[in-house]
Design a protein around this ligand. Structure first.
Ligand code: IMP
Ligand code: MG
Length: 172
């Protein structure tokens, strides 16, 4: 039987999301942003954070796959849905749910750079540091967590648990 151990409450998440949004709004004051969410895991985080931002933002999504049905990265990243907006000479903010090996994010940053944006920064709700293989700069981090497989608030295990309002450690 798998067990869910609470890690971050709804209140913890909402407070942190609000303060990240304020930090981002201050840094980009007077500018506009293209916010790019990484499907599917970041859909709830993105929806929450953009509603607390005071800078104008256009929104787009990419879909990247690296896990298959496993809880460990396969190491191979595939882009299965690209951006649809033109980001040339735009300030881009990637919104990601969780960074584990860093391979997904490193791949995405490199991919977006080919469109010649003005800047690319990264906002991740969770930075899971234990399994980092590729160093990637994370400009805005919600929470730093040592290890564990987390589900809820958009995060899944085999497509389950995304709708949970809080974040839990899934003990298989
Ligand atoms: P990375 O390429 O290893 O950094 O993996 C990043 C992607 O794997 C994230 O976008 C997540 O979708 C997924 N992932 C990594 N760790 C977890 C986790 O603990 N729970 C759910 N998904 C995860
Ligand atoms: Mg995922």
């Amino acid at each position: 039987m798998s067990e869910l151990v609470p890690v971050l409450s709804q209140t913890d998440i909402q407070e942190r999301v609000k303060s990240l949004a304020h930090e981002i709004s201050a840094d980009y004051a007077g500018k506009s942003l293209v916010v790019i969410g990484v499907l599917k895991g970041a859909f709830i985080f993105l929806a929450d954070i953009v509603r607390h931002m005071s800078v104008p933002a256009q929104i787009d999504f990419v879909r990247l796959a690296s896990y298959g049905a496993d809880t460990k990265s396969s190491g191979k990243v595939r882009l299965t849905k690209d951006i649809e907006l033109d980001i040339k000479e735009k300030d881009v903010l990637i919104v990601e749910d969780i960074i584990d090996s860093g391979l997904t994010l490193a791949f995405l940053v490199e991919h977006l750079q080919t469109f010649n944006p003005l800047s690319v920064k990264v906002c991740a709700l969770i930075d899971k540091i234990e399994r980092r293989e590729k160093e990637v700069a994370v400009d805005y981090t919600g929470f730093t967590i040592e290890s564990g497989f987390l589900v809820g608030y958009g995060l899944d295990c085999n497509e389950d648990y995304r709708g949970l309002p809080d974040i839990n450690n899934l003990k298989l």
